[in-house]
Design a protein around this ligand. Structure first.
Ligand code: PMP
Length: 355
């Protein structure tokens, strides 16, 4: 039976990413050796790193004064690297979820942190609007897609201080005006590659201004100066990322992805709104295109476990909601085909007929 992979992360990757990476694990670039057992400074891997950085820049139309870094430590290490590298005295954070709150917590090690707004009181089911960012903030941090709660900031904000965004779970899902950001970062394990690498898009002239000594590995300049080869990069995830970037280009790039993502999410949200058994949890105007959260309508609450089992035996994998929201979460990342969303919608309709 076909498995439909709705996991939130690590999550579905393009078939070509899996296949090409599997091939390179056995025989990398005709070397007769595995990509896991050759020098990262050999010409074959250097070519992979160079092409991955170039394609990353091409697909997101990244201006020349930005650097793309591939680093270990996941997105969570960026929660401390951002303030380490940017905060002189004060930073502003928008608290839209558990990951945003974790980023905010790390910033407190480095100075004064202003939480400009929070939707915590509503279990993060919307994106706060109409807040003010103090003009003397060294930067303003947002989490564009809140993986757990299914809310998303779908446009590039205009703010009067450097903007920093965690795009772990919506990178490459839509075009982004990178020039509006000082830093965009994220873990790779949703729309890009297996876990083990984080990407950082950093505007070079924002660095080196805090007056603080920064440990070598945590200083973005170290990695920018050495093309992400200061130390051994996560070679296998970077190789896989390159395969996904090639796939993205073949698919027509991020604008084509956005169109497909809107179609997929639209199909599922329409069914959630139509079907008497279910309701969405996120405010409609803030609904994520990547993580679609829904629960049983109150009068059908006792059917939750039954639906999960019903869907699982029909091949729906990974739709159990995060424990802090409950219900269901269908992640509809770039690589998830329209057919999988259709199969889930049909499953929901079949279940409705039964009740
Ligand atoms: N930010 C967001 C929005 C996430 O969804 C996640 C992981 N699910 C993280 C940060 C943490 O990423 P990592 O596990 O790579 O540290």
């Amino acid at each position: 039976m076909k498995k439909h992979n709705f996991y939130a992360g690590p999550s579905i990757l393009p078939d070509s990413t899996i296949k090409n990476t599997a091939d390179a694990v056995l025989n990398f670039a005709g070397t007769g050796l595995s990509v896991m057992e050759v020098s990262h400074r050999g010409k074959e891997f250097v070519a992979v790193m160079d092409e991955a950085q170039a394609l990353f820049k091409e697909l997101l139309n990244i201006p020349d004064d930005y650097e793309v870094l591939f680093l270990g430590g996941g997105a969570s290490t960026q929660f401390c690297m951002v303030p380490y590298n940017l905060m002189k005295k004060k930073a502003a954070y928008l608290n839209t979820g558990a990951w945003a709150a974790k980023a905010l917590k790390e910033a407190k090690f480095f100075g004064e942190v202003v939480e400009v707004a929070s939707s915590k009181e509503a279990n993060y089911n919307y994106i706060p609007k109409n807040y003010e960012v103090p003009a003397d903030s060294d930067y303003f941090h947002i989490t564009t897609n809140n993986t757990i709660y299914g809310t998303e900031i779908k446009e590039d904000l205009d703010v009067n201080v450097p903007l920093v965004a965690d795009m772990s779970s919506d990178i490459f899902s839509r075009p982004v005006d990178v020039s509006k950001y000082a830093i965009i970062y994220g873990g790779a394990q949703k729309n890009l590659a297996p876990a083990g690498v984080a990407f950082v898009i950093v505007k070079k002239d924002i660095l080196g201004k805090t007056g603080r000594d920064i440990p070598t590995m945590l200083d973005y300049r170290t990695h920018a100066d050495k093309g992400s080869m200061f130390n051994t990069p996560p070679v296998l995830p970077v190789f896989a990322a390159l395969q996904t970037l090639k796939w993205l280009k073949e698919q027509g790039g991020v604008a084509a992805m956005q169109k497909k993502n809107e179609e997929k999410a639209g199909l599922l949200y329409d069914e959630i709104d139509r079907n008497k058994l279910f309701k969405g949890t996120a405010a409609k105007e803030d609904r994520s295109l990547m993580n679609i959260c829904f629960v049983m309508n109150d009068e059908f609450a006792e059917l939750e476990k039954e639906f999960l089992d019903f869907a699982t035996i029909r091949g729906m994998i990974g739709i159990k909601g995060h424990r802090s929201v409950g219900g269901f979460r269908a992640s509809t990342y770039n690589a998830l085909p329209y057919e999988s969303v259709k199969a889930l919608v049909e499953t929901m309709q079949e279940f409705e007929k039964k009740h």
